[in-house]
Write a protein that binds this ligand. Structure first.
Ligand SMILES: Nc1ncnc2c1ncn2[C@@H]1O[C@H](COP(=O)(O)OP(=O)(O)OP(=O)(O)O)[C@@H](O)[C@H]1O
Ligand SMILES: [Mg+2]
Length: 327
């Protein structure tokens, strides 16, 4: 039995700058035909990973292959297989949408007929036909992003890399782009995308690599990752929050069979449970028995942000960026 060659294979991939390891020993495979997400907060190393895969950056160590072809040794062959939609907008304000695509067609040495055919197809696919001949500076944000996508697709890639495809777009445009990415998958194109939107990773990606600080923290389908946490979450807030009382409650809850794990917080306890319909009454009963007043109880199915906390030990987004404090 032979495994298919991965669309992208990263093996101990590392990129070090003077002070930082932007990418630190990353190993993962992307299967042909899947939508694969690199999920992580700002500075996690997502763009750096993509730039190595598309031959824009050289790794400091490790290697990356596109369908078995090494991105450093055979950069030219790799470039024939990939498309790229950068994180920063690459389009020129004064050219029209059609002119952008024509320019790229020439860059990729498409014949005139082939270029015209693909441009027609892409403009239609992305619903940009009616705006094709006005300058891109008059496009809305969502339309500019679609034009970025069209540009990435001009070479007819086997693997399309998209860096934060929906960053800053409104909900409608995001949904339309998700739809479009799914259609690419139907056409057999492998999509490797980065995102720092948890819902995008959850709903769009077939599999995910969660990265943080340049390192791989978890790998799997959103469902697998969430199921791997083992159980649903219940968060109990007690008032007033006295440490001894919370400790006593945590201790008592550890003895309840349907409760799998108990983590005390300063103002309550977080629980992982098998059967919430049994666990919630048990929590309330235990709290009453210990004269512990429950102010708030929240239950939810595992979400990707729970997965992120579980694997990295911190929350996905730092509410107070350090750069803003004047130390
Ligand atoms: N040319 C460079 N020189 C030095 N450090 C760099 C360089 N490029 C990136 N870095 C650092 O590498 C780390 C990863 O950057 P990268 O752009 O890959 O993150 P990212 O996950 O794409 O973040 P974002 O969500 O903000 O786009 C960051 O700490 C960044 O400051
Ligand atoms: Mg980035």
């Amino acid at each position: 039995m032979m495994d298919r060659i991965p669309a992208l294979e990263a093996v101990h991939l590392t990129k070090a700058y003077d002070a930082v390891r932007a990418v630190d020993d990353l190993s993962f495979d992307v299967k042909e035909g899947e939508i694969f997400g690199l999920l992580g907060p700002n500075g996690a190393g997502k763009s750096t990973t993509v730039k190595i895969a598309i031959t824009l950056l050289c790794p400091s160590a490790g290697r990356a292959m596109i369908f078995g072809v090494d991105v450093v040794e055979h950069a030219d062959r790799v470039r024939q297989m990939i498309g790229y939609v950068p994180q920063e907008r690459a389009i020129d304000r004064f050219l029209t949408g059609r002119e952008h695509l024509q320019l790229l067609g020439a860059l990729y040495h498409l014949s005139r007929e082939e270029a015209e055919r693909r441009i027609r197809e892409l403009l239609k696919l992305l619903d940009l036909e009616h705006k094709a001949d006005i300058p891109a500076k008059n496009y809305s944000g969502g339309m500019k992003r679609k034009l970025d996508l069209a540009c990435g697709l001009i070479p007819n890639p086997k693997v399309l890399f998209m860096d934060e495809p929906t960053l800053g777009l409104d909900v409608q445009s995001r949904l339309r782009i998700w739809d479009y990415v799914r259609r690419l998958r139907e056409r057999g194109i492998t999509v490797v995308m980065t995102t720092n939107y948890l819902d995008e990773a959850d709903q769009l990606c077939d599999r995910l690599a969660i990265i943080d600080g340049g390192r791989l923290k978890a790998l799997g389908s959103p469902l697998e990752l969430k199921a791997g946490l083992g159980g649903d979450s219940i968060s109990v807030t007690v008032g007033p929050p006295e440490p001894s009382r919370i400790e006593a409650l945590a201790e008592a809850l550890r003895a309840v069979p349907v409760i799998r794990s108990v983590s005390p917080r300063p103002d309550g306890v977080d629980l992982r449970v098998d059967a919430p319909e049994k666990a919630v009454p048990a929590v309330l009963e235990t709290a009453t028995r210990l004269s512990c007043r429950v102010e708030f109880i929240e239950y939810h199915r595992p979400r990707l942000d729970d997965v992120f906390v579980a694997y990295t030990g911190h929350v996905f987004r730092d509410e107070f960026p350090k750069s803003e404090s004047n130390e």
